[in-house]
Design a binder for this molecule. Structure first.
Ligand SMILES: Cc1cc2nc3c(=O)[nH]c(=O)nc-3n(C[C@H](O)[C@H](O)[C@H](O)COP(=O)(O)O)c2cc1C
Length: 177
């Protein structure tokens, strides 16, 4: 999924590279552009602690279903004020429905995850905590985080086109899923 509102921007292009690599490896893929979906954040109703579902029925419902079915998921977000974007966080909170009342993951173990981030700051260590923290959440959910791809100097939406190394890394991560 792409958590940037910039279609064709750095996150979008890198996520697409991973998906293209995955298709080369024989996977069927689906891409969600979060900014084009209508959805709300978690309402904290705790329905998902007694039922194995999120009570909200909106555009995120299908994405949650697809994650349950998927062998691998690519999570992409720009860094907005040190963190992942609001669009991404709103979706992320809905993962609460993947956790049962004993705080165990309901997801089948062994799903693989690739995380893609892009930031304006040229030093990728400046905001690495955002992706590292999200990787921790994915591990809690039972994912194996196989790659984190971090783009720095991504002020211009097409800056990543000058980063053949990152595009190749993204494609290779997809092929290796
Ligand atoms: C609201 C907003 C907040 C941002 N905050 C940061 C930040 O904290 N650190 C940073 O390095 N870049 C920041 N940026 C720059 C974006 O992370 C950068 O342009 C990124 O490459 C965007 O990815 P995209 O091309 O996929 O949209 C911010 C941009 C916006 C619009």
């Amino acid at each position: 999924m792409v958590g940037s509102p910039r279609k064709g921007g750095n996150v979008d292009r890198l996520v697409q590279e991973v998906l293209d690599g995955a298709e080369e490896a024989g996977f069927q893929t689906e891409k969600y552009i979060l900014n084009e979906l209508n959805y709300s954040g978690c309402q904290g109703c705790n329905h998902c602690k007694t039922a194995d579902e999120c009570r909200i029925d909106d555009d995120i419902s299908g994405l949650l279903e697809d994650i349950r079915e998927a062998d691998a998921v690519v999570f992409g977000s720009p860094i907005y004020f040190y963190l992942f974007s609001g669009q991404f966080k709103l979706m992320q909170d809905r993962f609460y429905s993947f956790i049962d009342s004993g705080f165990r993951s309901r997801l089948a173990p062994g799903k693989k995850a690739v995380i893609v981030t892009s930031q304006g700051h040229p030093d990728i260590s400046a905001f690495e905590k955002a992706a590292d923290d999200f990787a921790g959440i994915l591990k809690l959910l039972g994912f194996e985080v196989v790659e984190i791809i971090r783009m720095g100097g991504g002020g211009a939406p097409d800056a990543v086109l000058a980063r053949r190394d990152l595009l190749d890394k993204a494609r290779a991560a997809g092929r290796a899923l």
